[in-house]
Design a protein around this ligand. Structure first.
Ligand code: PLP
Length: 450
C-alpha cells in the first residue's frame, strides 16, 4: 500500500522503525520511544500526524530562515526541473542557475570574496575547503603548509574529514581524526572561564591560536577555521576581545582564515554573514543551510580573489555530481531574492532580534538559568544548579537538559539541548506575537523541568 500522511501514526512509526536509520540517534531505542511524524509546515509552525501544531524554534536544523511554505520556491523548482533538471559544471560546461547564484553570492559577500565552489551541503563544502587550502599552499610553492587549526566543540560537518575538522569528541571517537588537523580550546567563558574576567578569558583563548602556530611551526600552518558563533556546540558567543585578536594572529602569521558561515550566514546574526557581525575578514566562507532556507540541499565555499587565482593555476581535482545543481541553485537564488526584497534582515535587526533579546536575557530570572547569550536570532541559556559558582548539572541522558528538551517537545515547542545549554534559532520571519507564544512554552517547560 502507498504510505501517506493519512495513515495512522502508529503504522507510520512502525514502518519508520523497521526501515529508516535516523542520523544522530540510537536507532534501536528510537523504535521503542516512537518518533513524531511531521506532515506539513507554514511560517514557523509544523504539523504532525496527530494534528498537533508545533512551534519550530530551531528553523529545522538552523536552516529555514525565510520560514516554511513559500510557494515561490516550489514554483521555481518545478520550472527549473522542467527546463533543465540536471546538468553538471565539470568538463567545460555551465548553466544559468549556477552562474546567477555565484554572481549573486559574490555581490552579497564582503570584500573580494568573489568566487563560489558549490557543494551539496556544509560538510561537503568543508571537505572542499580542506583540499582547497592545501592546494593553495602547494601551488604557492609552500607544500609543507598543511595543518588546519580548528576548535574543540566546533561543528563543521559529518563526513569523516569534516567531522575530524570539527571538534566533537563523540564523532572523533567513532571515526577518528585525519592527519594535520589541530584543535585549540573554545571561548566558552561560562563553562571554562574560571575566575577570569570574560574579556581577559577571550583574549587568552584567542592567543591559544598563536601558541599553537608557534608550537606546530609557522611554516606548517595552512589555515584556521571557526564558526563566527559556535552553533551546534551550544551557541557559544565569544567575548568581544576574541575575534580582533584572532584576526591579528591570522594576519601576522599569513594563514588563511576560514569562516564556517553554515549557520551564521544569510541573516542569522542580523547581517548577511556572521563575519560582518564579528568584524573579521575571512579568505574563505563555508555556506549552506540558510542559502536555500533548507528548501533544497546546497552549500559551497565563497573564496577570495587571491585563493581562487592560485588554485586555478592547475587542475583542481575535486567536485561533486551535484555541485551547482540547477534546481537547488534556482531555489537558493529565489530564497535570496525573498530575503532581499522582503527586507528580512531589517525585520531581524529592527523587530525580531531586539524583541527576542529583551525576553531572552530576562530568562536569567528563572532558577534554572545561569547565563543567557544571544546574537541576532541565535541564542542559548546555560542551565545550572548554582548561578554564583556556575556549577554544572550532569550531562548524561536522563538529566536536566534532556528533561528540559522533552518538556519542550511535549509542550509543542522544538528547542534543542547541548550539554547544559538549551538553544534556539527560529525562522528569521518570526513575529513578536509568535515570540510571545514561544516564551509561554519555554517558561512552562523550564518550570516543569525544575
Ligand atoms: N558547518 C556548520 C557550522 C554546521 O552547523 C553544519 C551543520 O549543522 C555543517 C557545517 C554541516 O552542514 P551539512 O549538514 O549541510 O553537511
Amino acid at each position: 500500500a502507498t504510505i501517506t500522511n493519512h495513515m495512522p501514526t502508529a503504522e507510520l512509526q512502525a514502518l519508520d522503525a523497521a526501515h529508516h536509520l535516523h542520523p544522530f540517534s540510537a536507532n534501536n531505542a528510537l523504535g521503542e520511544e516512537g518518533t513524531r511524524v511531521i506532515t506539513r509546515a507554514r511560517g514557523v509552525w509544523l504539523n504532525d500526524s496527530e494534528g498537533e501544531e508545533i512551534l519550530d524554534a530551531m528553523a529545522g536544523l538552523w536552516c529555514v530562515n525565510i520560514g516554511y511554505g513559500r510557494d515561490e520556491l516550489a514554483e521555481v523548482a518545478a520550472r527549473q526541473m522542467r527546463e533543465l533538471p540536471y546538468y553538471n559544471t565539470f568538463f567545460k560546461t555551465t548553466h544559468v542557475p549556477a552562474i546567477a547564484l555565484a554572481q549573486k553570492l559574490a555581490e552579497l559577500a564582503p570584500g573580494d570574496l568573489n568566487h563560489v565552489f558549490f557543494a551539496g551541503g556544509g560538510s561537503e563544502a568543508n571537505d572542499t575547503n580542506i583540499r582547497m587550502v592545501r592546494t593553495y599552499w602547494q601551488n604557492k610553492g609552500q607544500p609543507e603548509k598543511t595543518v588546519i587549526i580548528s576548535r574543540k566543540n566546533a561543528y563543521h560537518g559529518s563526513t569523516v574529514a569534516s567531522s575530524a575538522l570539527g571538534g566533537m569528541a563523540g564523532m572523533h571517537a567513532q571515526s577518528g581524526l585525519i592527519p594535520d588537523v589541530h584543535h585549540i580550546n573554545q571561548p566558552n567563558w561560562w563553562a571554562e572561564g574560571g575566575d577570569m574576567d570574560p574579556e581577559e578569558f577571550g583574549l587568552a583563548r584567542a592567543r591559544e591560536l598563536e601558541e599553537a602556530i608557534l608550537e606546530l611551526g609557522e611554516n606548517r600552518v595552512a589555515a584556521f577555521i571557526a564558526e563566527p558563533v559556535q552553533g551546534a556546540g551550544g551557541v557559544i558567543v565569544a567575548p568581544d576581545s576574541y575575534w580582533p585578536e584572532i584576526q591579528r594572529i591570522c594576519d601576522k602569521y599569513d594563514i588563511l582564515l576560514i569562516a564556517d558561515e553554515v549557520i551564521c550566514g544569510f541573516g542569522r546574526t542580523g547581517n548577511w554573514f556572521g563575519t560582518q557581525t564579528m568584524g573579521i575578514r575571512p579568505h574563505i566562507m563555508t555556506i549552506a543551510k540558510g542559502l536555500s532556507s533548507g528548501y533544497a540541499p546546497i552549500g559551497g565555499s565563497i573564496v577570495c580573489d587571491e585563493v581562487a587565482h592560485v588554485i586555478g593555476k592547475d587542475e583542481f581535482n575535486h567536485g561533486y555530481t551535484y555541485s551547482g545543481h540547477p534546481v537547488a541553485a534556482a531555489v537558493a537564488l529565489e530564497n535570496l531574492r525573498i530575503l532581499e526584497e522582503e527586507n528580512i534582515l531589517d525585520h531581524v535587526r529592527n523587530v525580531a532580534a531586539p524583541y527576542l533579546k529583551e525576553k531572552w536575557e530576562a530568562l536569567t530570572d528563572h532558577p534554572l538559568v545561569g547565563e543567557a547569550k544571544i546574537v541576532g536570532m541565535m541564542a542559548s541559556i546555560a542551565l545550572t544548579p548554582n548561578k554564583a559558582s556556575r556549577a554544572k548539572f550532569a550531562s548524561e541522558p536522563g538529566t536536566i537538559g534532556y528533561i528540559c528538551r522533552e518538556r519542550c517537545f511535549a509542550n509543542n515547542l522544538i528547542m534543542r539541548h547541548v550539554g547544559d545549554r538549551m538553544i534556539i534559532s527560529p525562522p528569521l520571519v518570526i513575529t513578536p506575537a509568535e515570540i510571545d507564544e514561544m516564551f509561554v512554552r519555554i517558561r512552562k517547560s523550564l518550570d516543569e523541568a525544575q
